[in-house]
Write a protein that binds this ligand. Structure first.
Ligand SMILES: Cc1cc2nc3c(=O)[nH]c(=O)nc-3n(C[C@H](O)[C@H](O)[C@H](O)COP(=O)(O)O)c2cc1C
Length: 348
């Protein structure tokens, strides 16, 4: 095990307490108007021992919303509610960044104010003015996140959402400066990066990408050409970190390994039923291959104190997928901490 897995690590101006990062995970428990609530505050508070928490996707604008129960960061009320979440995490010595997301064509009128979703091309190609306004919404969301006390912001550029839709030649059919060759398809994501960094500084901004991976096959044609162009851009190279998905295209990961010099968090992608020693050896192998940190998702759902469990080779609880989305505290804040129960393993 690399001796420094449990030691602090720095990504630009973001200092993480260890190299074990909690993945962004949509849990859909915000109030109906998108405001984060006390239940969410408790959920994140419980997980403050993660080296760094990346929040679930948060919307800087209503039109980009895809799911009921996803939280917003649009107005002062959202900001005040998020500030309480941050305070709870910081109060336990944790670190937390907010993931900003716009679902683009995957937004749903049922939850986005009844508007036709925006997209690079289909169903409704964004006008130049809409592109400018959307860039501005990301920047405003980032400024509000910093005002709420977050340690930084992660821009969601993967998983088939709006930025990813611009990168793919199958979803971006534009004939203007934002479409066509790989360099043009990067323009919108680069503009979002520059606007967000312009508000809060490059050192507080991360970018999530899932090269070649689109769970629902919405995005196609996002090959190495577009990622090498994006990740070679001077503004992108100055970011605090890049966060790649476990299902990323191996060629893109190989390119990143040899060309990316900044912070790199790689999502390990784990089978939820695994033991601490198995997980530790997988983390060790992965960190040896280049990334500065690994991120874990579902295991943080069922093991709020996952780093302590790994440190002590303690048993890991298995999450229940039926309670991943929506609902109340069941499957959300009722997973026990191993360290809260006098270090008695609660699952064997
Ligand atoms: C319930 C759930 C919600 C997710 N929501 C998000 C999200 O909001 N943003 C994001 O970038 N990825 C999201 N993901 C993907 C995770 O960040 C992570 O990449 C994935 O779970 C694989 O990691 P794991 O095997 O450790 O769980 C989600 C995954 C799950 C299981």
């Amino acid at each position: 095990m690399p001796g420094d897995l449990f030691s602090p690590v720095t990504f630009g101006d973001i200092s993480a307490n260890s190299r074990i990062v909690m993945c962004p995970m949509t849990r859909r428990r915000a109030d109906a108007d998108g405001t984060p609530n006390d239940l969410m505050r408790e959920y994140y508070r419980q997980r403050a021992s993660a080296g760094l928490i990346v929040t679930e996707s948060v919307h800087p604008s209503l039109i980009g919303k895809a799911y009921p129960g996803s939280p917003h960061l649009i107005d002062g009320r959202d900001l005040a509610a998020w500030a309480r979440v941050v305070e709870a995490v910081h109060g336990r010595g944790g670190r937390i960044v907010l993931q900003l997301m716009h679902a683009g064509s995957l937004a749903r009128p049922r939850v986005n104010g009844g508007r036709t979703p925006l997209a690079p091309s289909v169903p409704r190609a964004m006008t130049g003015g809409e592109i400018d306004a959307t860039v501005e919404e990301f920047a405003r969301g980032a400024a509000m996140a910093l005002e709420a006390g977050f340690d930084g912001v992660e821009i969601h550029g993967g998983n088939s959402y709006l930025l990813h839709q611009f990168l793919g030649s199958g979803t971006n059919l534009r004939t203007d400066a934002h479409g066509g060759p790989a360099e043009n398809r990067c323009l919108f994501p680069v503009r979002v990066v520059e606007a967000v960094a312009g508000e809060i500084g490059h050192g507080r901004v991360g970018l999530r990408l899932s090269p070649g991976f689109s769970a629902d096959r919405t995005v196609r044609g996002d090959g190495l050409d577009v990622y090498s162009a994006l990740l070679s851009h001077p503004s992108v190279r100055r970011l605090a970190y890049l966060h790649t998905s476990s299902s990323s295209d191996p060629d893109a990961l190989a390119w990143i390994r040899s060309h990316w010099t900044g912070g790199w968090i790689h999502n390990l992608g784990t089978e939820p039923a695994c033991s601490s020693p198995e997980l530790l050896s997988r983390i060790e192998a992965r960190l040896g291959a280049g990334p500065s940190a690994v991120s874990l998702g579902r295991l943080f759902i069922s093991n709020p104190d996952l780093p302590e469990r790994l440190l002590h080779r303690a048993p890991l609880a298995v999450p229940n997928p039926k309670t991943f989305y929506e609902g109340e505290s069941e499957g959300y804040t009722d997973y026990e901490g191993w360290t809260d129960t006098s270090r008695q393993p609660i699952h064997t």
